[in-house]
Design a binder for this molecule. Structure first.
Ligand code: PGA
Length: 253
């Protein structure tokens, strides 16, 4: 049985005061069965130590990116060694905003994923198609290419530390959520790909979470889908409604 997974991606938001308030008023009040749901939140790097020191123990801390290079003369980067050194268990990689604004290709995402896993981090690996790709009928090809670039870098065993986040780019931050059926179709495709490429054990163990305008209003319907194991939440993760999204996963059958 897969544990549900709910990630809160805070992106480049929140002053320290706002982060403190979010932790105190929402995150530390979350009530859920940690045997059933895993919850992780991703603040900006600079807020991580404060968050680690003040967050309830059932909620894990993630970062939103890590460098393609290890420690060294790479001004402005934060390496997987730094992430690990701080005891941060999770990193989000391949988010569409990284792909779109910072030139992260499938190949770069694959290599970053490998580097993170080689340093014992767990990875939320994001995939998803743009609107034009969906409209031209290329959704599954795009996602397959994104997954293949990751698979090329990993051993089969390393997939045990990967959560795949399906995030259709047209749904991110737009208020346009994929319908439960649209999400399920792609999740089923990803699950089938995992089976054919990596075997039934990886297929059955890997969490596939959905992201893209998830709110407290649509979470309960989405989570009913067979191949949907949780959420990666952006905008709604900054608000009290995040508690309802976690509650939807906690209640799901
Ligand atoms: P959103 O973002 O929930 O604001 O659409 C999701 C994400 O980017 O992970």
């Amino acid at each position: 049985m897969r544990r549900y997974f709910v990630g809160g991606n805070w992106k480049c938001n929140n002053t320290i005061a706002q982060t403190q308030s979010l932790i105190n008023t929402v995150i530390n009040k979350l009530v859920f069965d940690a045997n059933k749901v895993e919850v992780a939140v991703a603040p900006i790097f600079l807020h991580v130590p404060w968050v680690q020191a003040n967050i309830q123990k059932n909620v894990q801390v993630a970062v939103q990116n890590s460098s393609l290079t290890k420690m060294g003369a790479y001004t402005g980067e934060i390496s997987v060694e730094h992430v690990k050194d701080l005891g941060i268990p999770w990193v989000i990689l391949g988010h569409s905003e990284r792909r779109q604004y910072y030139g992260e290709s499938n190949e770069i995402v694959g290599k970053k994923t490998r580097l993170a896993l080689d340093h014992q981090l767990s990875v939320m690996a994001c995939v998803g198609e743009k609107l034009a790709e969906r409209e031209s009928g290329n959704t599954t090809q795009v996602i397959q290419a994104q997954l293949e670039a990751i698979k090329k870098e990993l051993t089969t065993e390393q997939w045990s530390k990967v959560v795949v986040a399906y995030e259709p780019v047209w749904a991110i931050g737009t208020g346009k959520t994929a319908s439960p059926e649209q999400a399920q179709d792609v999740h089923a495709f990803i699950r089938g790909w995992l089976r054919s490429q990596l075997g039934t054990q990886v297929e059955q163990a890997t969490r596939i979470i959905y992201g893209g305008s998830v709110t407290e209003k649509n979470a309960a319907d989405l989570i009913k889908q067979q191949d949907l194991d949780g959420f990666l939440v952006g905008g709604a993760a900054l608000k009290p409604g995040f508690a309802d999204i976690v509650a939807a996963a906690n209640k799901a059958q």
